[in-house]
Design a protein around this ligand. Structure first.
Ligand SMILES: [Zn+2]
Length: 300
């Protein structure tokens, strides 16, 4: 069957093309998925903006209210990296709800992906690092609150450490956070996940995949997971503008196959989110993000 893909045209908040955050990767990713025959009508679902009650499961009430009213203090907007106007606020609500929807589709169909998400630097108190709301943390806490799942695993392979997710879920024993990232990448001050693996600059395909291949069986042996969230950030790529690791396209593909194949072979539902990826060559970047969907489609 078709891989379930969650998308909304307003994932793109329409930043200037030279903005440090490559916003146009969202429509270009959808174009790449259409070109691959993946974005067919029976595959696509669209989220509604996330209700405040979901957002407040993971974030401080006053911060959620500030984002919804587009009244985020300038100090926090600077930490996020862009002003939170109406389009940014809407896109944050949509991308978050998209991950909730993708998680529900994963529970139903085994696997689903959000064509956005992975905003893992947003902490309980506020956003940071291009992240307004932490979609994976919101989705985790929403699923737990409605007793849809009991044990959640978060596999965060974005090149940046998942500090916000670790912060939000540190007192939630039913969610386990694993982050493998570039040691010298943002954030400078990391917040401990349940398991962190920091890699040196320049780590390439072979060393990366070795390390990952050793950890995945340990993760699945430790508990019976009801769902795994997978942040498939492509900023581990050698040509990424921010990442300090050196994976190739084939390395990305092998990474996604290793993670998705591992959990699907054990019957564990998997919800993929795209995570980070930075380049001035946005079409090339969109092709990199499309790899997750190509690989996931092979397991749908
Ligand atoms: Zn990143």
């Amino acid at each position: 069957m078709a891989l379930q893909i969650v998308h909304h045209p307003d994932y793109d908040a329409g930043f200037a093309v030279n903005h440090r955050f490559p916003m146009s990767k969202y429509p270009l990713l959808m174009a790449a998925l259409r070109a691959r025959g993946l974005a067919v009508p029976e595959a696509l679902s669209m989220p509604e903006p996330a209700p405040a009650a979901w957002l407040k499961l993971a974030h401080a009430g006053d911060y959620v209210d500030q984002v919804l009213a587009c009244e985020v203090p300038a100090r926090i907007e600077r930490e996020i990296g862009f002003p939170v106007g109406q389009r940014v606020s809407l896109r944050a609500q949509l991308a978050t709800a998209g991950t909730v929807l993708a998680a529900r589709l994963a529970l139903k169909h085994g696997i689903a992906c959000n064509a956005a998400g992975g905003s893992h630097h947003a902490r309980r108190a506020q956003g940071a690092g291009f992240c307004t709301f932490n979609d994976v943390a919101v989705a985790s806490l929403a699923l737990l609150a409605e007793h849809a799942v009991g044990n959640i695993l978060i596999v965060d392979l974005d090149v940046h450490q998942g500090d916000g997710t670790a912060d939000i879920l540190k007192d939630e024993p039913r969610a386990f956070t694993f982050s493998m990232h570039g040691e010298r990448n943002y954030p400078a001050r990391k917040i401990a996940s349940d398991l962190d693996v920091a890699l040196p600059d320049g780590t390439g395909d072979a060393a990366y995949l070795d390390r990952l291949g050793a950890i995945l069986p340990e993760l699945s042996a430790s508990r019976r997971w009801d769902i795994a969230f997978y942040n498939a950030g492509v900023d581990v790529h050698a040509e990424d503008r921010l990442g300090r690791l050196s994976l190739t396209d084939n390395g990305l593909r092998a990474r996604d196959k290793a993670v998705i194949g591992h959990f699907r072979a054990r019957g564990i539902p998997l919800c993929g989110v795209i995570g980070g990826g930075y380049s001035t060559d946005v079409p090339a970047l969109a092709q990199r993000h499309a790899i997750l969907f190509e690989v996931a489609a092979g397991f749908a």
